[in-house]
Structures are given as C-alpha cells and as structure tokens.
Write a protein that binds this ligand. Sequence first.
Ligand SMILES: Cc1cc2nc3c(=O)[nH]c(=O)nc-3n(C[C@H](O)[C@H](O)[C@H](O)COP(=O)(O)OP(=O)(O)OC[C@H]3O[C@@H](n4cnc5c(N)ncnc54)[C@H](O)[C@@H]3O)c2cc1C
Length: 416
Amino acid sequence: MATALTNWAGNVEFSTHTLHRPVSVEQLQEVVAAGDRLRVLGTGHSFNTVADTTGALISVADLPRRIEIDAAQRAVTVSAGTRFGELTQALEPAGWALHNLGSLPHISVGGAVATGTHGSGLTNGTLATAVRAVEFVTPSGELRTVTRGDDDFDGSVVTLGSIGVTTALTLDIQPSFQVEQRVYDRMFLSALRVNLHEVLTAAYSVSVFLTWTRPFADQVWVKHRVDAGEWPHGRDWLGATLASGQRNPVPGQDPGFTTEQGGVPGPWNQRLPHFRLEFTPSAGDEIQSEYLLPIEQAVPALDVLASLADTIAPILHVSELRTIRADELWLSEFYRRDSVALHFTWHPDPVALAPVLRELEAGLRPLGARPHWGKVFAMEPAEVASLYPRFADARRVVRGHDPDGKFRNAFTEQYF
Ligand SMILES: Cc1cc2nc3c(=O)[nH]c(=O)nc-3n(C[C@H](O)[C@H](O)[C@H](O)COP(=O)(O)OP(=O)(O)OC[C@H]3O[C@@H](n4cnc5c(N)ncnc54)[C@H](O)[C@@H]3O)c2cc1C
C-alpha cells in the first residue's frame, strides 16, 4: 500500500495517494489540462483540509526555481514553490527586503499567499499584500497572469488554491533593513489590558505570548526597526522584565531554535520570523487555530480569553496576540479591517479541542472573529462567508476560472 500523504502536523491524512511533481511549467499545464479533480500542495503547513483532494495533489516545488530581482521596479518574481527562507536568503545579500514575514520561514510563497498568511505589525499587511502579479495555470491548462490594477485582481490573490496553480508571484520589495529583537518576560494581564494598544503597536512587529496558566503574559516579543531610532524602553517595561537569555515562546522547546534576541541588530530576515529555517518551528506536535478581529475589539477579545483561561489552558502549548493592517483582498482575513490576531498552538488532541473551539468561537463571534483559512476552526461555512463583504465577487472569480470545479475540494465546495 502506498504511504499516506499528510500535512506537516500529521493531523490531516490526504484523501489521495497521488502527488504530481512536474518539473516544467509545460508539464504542469499538461497535468492540469488532463486532470479531473486537483489541488495544489505547498509545504503542507496548513492544519485543516484546505489542501485536501480525493483526486490528485500537485506540488510546484520542482518547477525551475526563479528569484528574479528587478531593482528599478522594486519587485521580485519568485517561483511559487520557493520557501520564504530561500527567497529571503537571496534578497537580503542583494540589499532588498520584504515588508514582513510569518513566524516561520519554512512555508512556500504560493501557499502562504493563498491563505492570507501574516506576520505582525499594525503598519504591515499580510504577506499577500506584497503581491503585484500572480502567474497561474488555469483549470483548463492555460498560463495566465493577473496584475495589480486588473479587474478581479483583489479576488485572485488570496484564493485558497481555487483558481488554478500559481507558478510564480511578483512581490513588492524595499531596501533591506535591520531589526533588533527583544523579549520581555511576565507582563501582568492587568498592565497588558490597560496598555494593550500601546504594547501591540510599540514596535514594527510585536507578539504577545500567553499560556493562560498564570496572571501574566509569559513573553512579549518586540521586533524594532533600527532606522526607527533607539528602542525607548529599558530593562523594565510596564512591569515586564527584559529576558536574561534567549527564549522560545513554546514552553519546553529549545531556545536555540528561535531567531536571535537580546537587542542584537540583524537583518530583517533573521529577526522577523520567530523560528530559524534549519530547525523545527513551534512545537511540532500541535494543531493551530487563529481568529482575526477588528483591532477595536482587542480588549474585549482579551477579556473573552481571560474568562476562558481554565478551558483553554489544559490543551494549549501557547497563544499569541499580533496585529495586522487592513487590505483590499476579497478573501483576506484582514479585508478592510485593521486587525488583532488571536492565535492558539494546541496539543494535538482533536477530540478535546472540538468543545473548546466551540466555546471560544461563541465568545469571539459577537466581536466579528474571522477564522484563519489555514488553521482549525468550527464555524459553519455560511457564517464564515457572511464575514466577507465581497464573498459573492470572490465566488464569481473562482467559478469564472473553474466552472467545472476541477480545483474544488470538500472544504472549498462549501464556499464556492
Ligand atoms: C509552525 C507553523 C507556524 C505558522 N505560523 C503562521 C504565521 O505566523 N502566520 C500565519 O498567518 N500562518 C501561519 N501558519 C499557517 C501557514 O502559514 C499557512 O497554513 C500557509 O498556507 C502554509 O503554506 P504552505 O505552503 O504550507 O501551504 P499548504 O498548507 O500546502 O496549502 C495551503 C493552501 O494553499 C494552496 N496552495 C499552496 N500552494 C499553491 C500554489 N502554488 N498555487 C495555488 N494554491 C496553492 C493549497 O491548495 C491550499 O489550499 C503557520 C503554520 C505552521 C505549521
């Protein structure tokens, strides 16, 4: 029997044993044109069945690698299967940067863009907001490009892999910059609550980590751009203390797996992700969920989490608060909403998780929570769709490209 294909976390066993790995765009076009039911698999870092199919999976990881920097246009064109860690290792020595990165550099550019993957910082949009152009193979096997400004561009970037196979993306770049990363230990919830906006926007990128086992946020990670001037806080900040050594946000995990802290200036790509490319990120043994809410709801959302601490904590590795700038992408979790992100890294126990998610969503629903497309949630599809004002337009784009549903799966069938 063929070995089962699973996602990175191992909590999803795909419903097919077939994985095509074309080595040229022409070969990919042939596979797509001949296929019946297809889905693209990136690096498999999503935690739900968004990438699943009963037909065949396609990986773009073996397509010819492209990283083409256009300095005059301040843009890079990158093959979609490239991992962020590889892209940034080419950009940084050439003096260029992306505006932001997710917590890990292991994910593919195509997969991250398709689900609205984000980093942190209220001036930073999701990684998909850097996209200027998307080159993709349509369900009929045609190679097409949509460019910022084209009709329907805003419905063709965050797509959950539903309009075809992205082969390359052109992204905005900016001159490289230096970042200092500091970690503060133990910020009491009372201080955090009163100063929440100030804390979350104190630097270019901020992450607050909480285990909900004690009356404080366990760690506050601050990624401060050196060109923004001196970091204004010293050893003590709102009662929290500068960490005495390197930290890993996940209790029990090796601090050596995380990017350098201690305020040592370093290039953006070695500070913006929490985890280093050469090590396993996060806990490894985990399931993740995340909810995105209007930034105005940050304090009420913190109160909801605090009220559910005894429910959440027993199955939690760690939770994380971040912020993200609003965007115009129709299926982006941040569509027209400056947002606070409530992230949860759970122990991999789906049975114990199910009732916790229901309770959590009951608390966050009135605050307008949208679930992250690549993580585990319990909300009904109709409810999720109702949270996106341009959902009907997004559906029209998907149906226009894929009238026969070649790229639909059980997950997206419910939406498109
Ligand atoms: C340890 C860990 C940390 C994480 N941290 C963050 C974080 O900081 N912020 C955040 O927002 N998310 C985070 N995530 C979630 C992750 O970024 C998303 O799930 C992302 O989609 C993973 O990219 P991937 O390449 O693995 O995509 P996959 O999971 O393989 O696929 C995701 C979707 O993209 C589609 N897709 C993939 N490649 C293509 C392509 N070439 N063309 C068309 N469609 C494609 C797939 O069909 C699928 O629908 C984290 C996940 C893990 C495991």
